[in-house]
Design a protein around this ligand. Structure first.
Ligand SMILES: Cc1cc2nc3c(=O)[nH]c(=O)nc-3n(C[C@H](O)[C@H](O)[C@H](O)COP(=O)(O)O)c2cc1C
Length: 200
């Protein structure tokens, strides 16, 4: 490749990234604003059809995490059918945002009008979130993309104060891995099972 980073380094970074859940983060160690800004800026270098840049990062830290956790719990209680309601999920929703020092509600902000299909705006945000995760991993942070069904509710969109056509596509939890964490092993199917070569 160029002299920016070798192919081997980039490949190693991609394969090293793992979902690190809040319980495996150091709740007492803050993430500096300058580092967060750099990571978010890296996210914005994702490809985007029509250069609509349809991402919006709602960064929750400190007491704002408590409000986020409370809102998710309340909406979960209100919107989950009794047959699907789980006390353990409710509890986790209240706990996880208070363990991770940073919780980013990642929003697809509809900017392309009818010209760009909605799915392509969501895809662009997903590209941005992978950039974000790789940048965070390179910095030594743990990160985790969570998408509980409450995120897709009208109530949560209203709580976030996002537009009627916008969508919260996930929460990204960020934090330093706790001391002594054994970095999780990843697992993927052989690429041959996912590839069809069309040569002729
Ligand atoms: C769009 C998206 C949504 C996800 N939502 C959740 C989730 O709600 N809960 C969860 O445990 N993991 C979630 N994940 C993380 C995956 O579980 C994780 O990437 C997968 O298990 C592979 O592990 P790895 O990230 O360590 O390679 C999500 C990942 C993506 C891309």
């Amino acid at each position: 490749m160029s002299d920016i980073a070798t192919h081997e380094q980039i490949s190693a970074l991609i394969r090293h990234r793992r979902s690190i859940k809040p319980v495996d983060m150091d709740a007492a160690r803050a993430v500096e604003r300058a580092l967060l800004t750099k990571i978010l800026e890296d996210a914005t270098w994702a490809p985007t059809h029509g250069l609509t840049e349809p991402w919006k990062f709602l960064v929750h830290q400190g007491a704002a995490r408590q409000r986020l956790a409370g809102a998710m719990q309340e909406i979960y209680r209100e919107t989950t059918p009794a047959s699907e309601f789980r006390e353990d999920k409710l509890r986790k929703m209240g706990e996880s945002p208070l363990i991770a020092p940073v919780v980013i509600a990642c929003v697809m902000e509809r900017r392309g009008g009818a010209k760009i299909p909605e799915v392509e705006e969501v895809e662009a945000v997903a590209c941005a979130l992978q950039n974000l995760q790789l940048s965070a991993t390179a910095a030594g942070l743990g990160c985790y993309w969570s998408s509980p069904p409450v995120l897709s509710t009208r109530e949560f969109a209203e709580w976030l104060q996002i537009g009627a056509e916008d969508r919260c596509v996930g929460l990204i939890y960020l934090g330093w891995p706790r001391v002594g964490l054994n970095w999780p092993q990843g697992r993927r199917e052989p690429v041959e099972t996912k590839t069809r070569w069309c040569d002729e």
